[in-house]
Design a protein around this ligand. Structure first.
Ligand code: DX5
Ligand code: ZN
Length: 217
């Protein structure tokens, strides 16, 4: 069954704890932590994401799925190690030269490593990294903010990757992130996603339990 990673980017600060509690009881599988440094992308969410991630660790056992949209990758991996996330995903576009080094560092800390690609990066570019990682995060919007519309042309990459994983018999999850809602989730599941990130469509919905149930069915 598909797993749901709830992006908490659009959670309102004054009701964050209550929101985290409601998401947990709604049956989400991960909390998706969107860390932005104001350099790799324009927005900066470092402080608020750190605060939210710590709050979640205090009140919940749901694992953290950390998505680093940053230039200084190693610095932010270090910042999240103490919170023991289940997954840390770094961007292929952040620095191709030291990517394997950063992956090894994440793996050595017993955290699953993921590589994310932006909408304009071809999936073939990361094929040679696949044996070293646990997950690929395919961005279906430009990274930087929640609430955008899914870019349809990115879906082709999910199909290609699914096929390649099968051919090479790799053990890799495909996570899909950006603009996913109840109208398009069916298609994304069908073409092979293992985990979908859901931000505004879930956080702004009336009934979290009902939304998660519909997303998973
Ligand atoms: C975009 C982030 C996503 C996004 C998800 O840069 O990586 O996780 O905020 O939010 P929605 O579901 O609203 O697109
Ligand atoms: Zn994300």
């Amino acid at each position: 069954m598909i797993e749901i990673s709830a992006s908490i980017l659009s959670v309102q600060e004054e009701k964050s704890l209550k929101t985290f509690y409601n998401l947990e009881t709604a049956g989400i599988d991960y909390f998706h932590i969107d860390v932005m440094d104001g350099k790799f992308v324009e927005n900066n969410t470092e402080d608020i994401m750190r605060k939210y991630a710590m709050e979640i660790k205090h009140v919940s056992n749901i694992p953290l799925d950390v998505h680093l949209m940053v230039k200084s990758v190693r610095k932010y991996i270090d910042e999240y190690l103490d919170l023991q996330p289940k997954i840390i995903t770094i961007h292929y576009e952040s620095g191709k030269n030291n990517i394997l080094e950063n992956i090894r560092y994440i793996n050595e800390n017993n955290i699953k490593s993921g590589i994310s690609i932006k909408p304009n990066t071809e999936i073939e570019e990361i094929y040679e990294i696949l044996p070293y990682i646990h997950q690929v995060l395919i961005m279906t919007v430009e990274p930087g903010q929640g609430g955008q519309k899914l870019i349809e042309s990115t879906l082709e990459k999910i199909k290609k990757l699914k096929q390649y994983i099968k051919e090479k018999d790799l053990e890799i999850d495909i996570e899909v992130d950006g603009g996913i809602n109840l109208n398009n989730i069916e298609k994304i599941k069908r073409i092979g996603a293992d985990i979908v990130v859901c931000g505004t469509a879930l956080i702004n919905s009336e009934d979290y339990k009902e939304t998660v149930r519909k997303m998973k069915q």
